[in-house]
Design a protein around this ligand. Structure first.
Ligand SMILES: Cc1cc2nc3c(=O)[nH]c(=O)nc-3n(C[C@H](O)[C@H](O)[C@H](O)COP(=O)(O)O)c2cc1C
Length: 219
């Protein structure tokens, strides 16, 4: 497709949404239970990587950036993901801990928006996750100075080769101190369900003094 064809395609496409309501009365009182109900339906719908989510961070000037990461755990009502602490997202989170997550399950016409403050998980949690990863992934974590400029792909492959030799007789590869988990402590979780004629359902959970309040917002 040429760019002109892309433009004409995205300008002409119109699709209405199915009519699958999301009501205050049907929604769970706890957003994590509601997330689990929807997650089960996403798995049942064979959505690829239903645990993938778009993470948005911003630096101290408020300049935002987004990327997909995998949700790897939910511990004590915190959403956990793993990454390189010196990556762009890591540096931005060090300057500004507020972030948002967005999960889009297109086949189900659903979106979940999560907002909150991010902190690093305890080292023991990162260690347990890192130690359970395949050896190649551990070597990959050491080899990649995530988000920094590479001369070429060979530079990365060479680093992997060197590390593979260094650790060839060892299963005990330590976790790099620049790699580990983050936990997002949500204060707002929105469940969005597409409905016909753009009259979508948006049910929002707001955390107030450790209690979750529910409200509906306009589509
Ligand atoms: C489906 C998918 C899953 C990903 N999961 C992760 C992840 O769990 N952790 C991670 O650091 N990067 C993950 N990435 C790569 C990130 O999107 C991103 O390229 C990388 O973390 C560097 O981002 P940054 O430069 O903004 O820090 C994933 C990418 C995709 C497309």
């Amino acid at each position: 497709m040429s760019l002109e064809e892309v433009k004409s395609y995205i300008n002409s496409i119109r699709r209405d949404f199915a009519d699958r309501p999301l009501n205050e009365s049907a929604v769970s009182k706890n957003p994590f239970e509601q997330y689990a109900i929807w997650f089960e339906e996403a798995v049942g719908s064979q959505i690829l990587d239903p645990y993938a989510m778009c993470l948005s961070t911003a630096n101290k000037e408020g300049k935002p950036s987004s990327r997909v990461v995998y949700m790897r755990d939910i511990i004590a009502q915190q959403f956990i993901f793993y990454t390189n602490y010196n990556s762009q997202k890591g540096l931005e989170l060090a300057e500004n801990p507020y972030a948002s997550l967005n999960i889009h399950w297109g086949e189900l016409e659903r979106q979940i928006r999560i907002e909150g403050k991010v902190t690093k998980v305890k080292p023991e949690i990162s260690d347990a996750y890192f130690n359970a990863r395949p050896k190649e992934s551990k070597i990959g974590a050491w080899a990649s100075h995530q988000s920094s400029v590479l001369k070429d792909r060979k530079e990365l492959e060479q680093k992997v080769k060197e590390l593979s030799i260094q650790y060839q007789d060892s299963e005990n590869i330590p976790r790099p101190d620049f790699w580990g988990g983050y936990q997002l402590d949500p204060t707002r979780i929105e469940f969005w369900q597409g409905r016909p004629s753009r009259l979508h359902d948006r049910i929002v959970f707001i955390k107030e003094q450790e209690e979750w309040c529910v409200e509906r917002v306009s589509p």
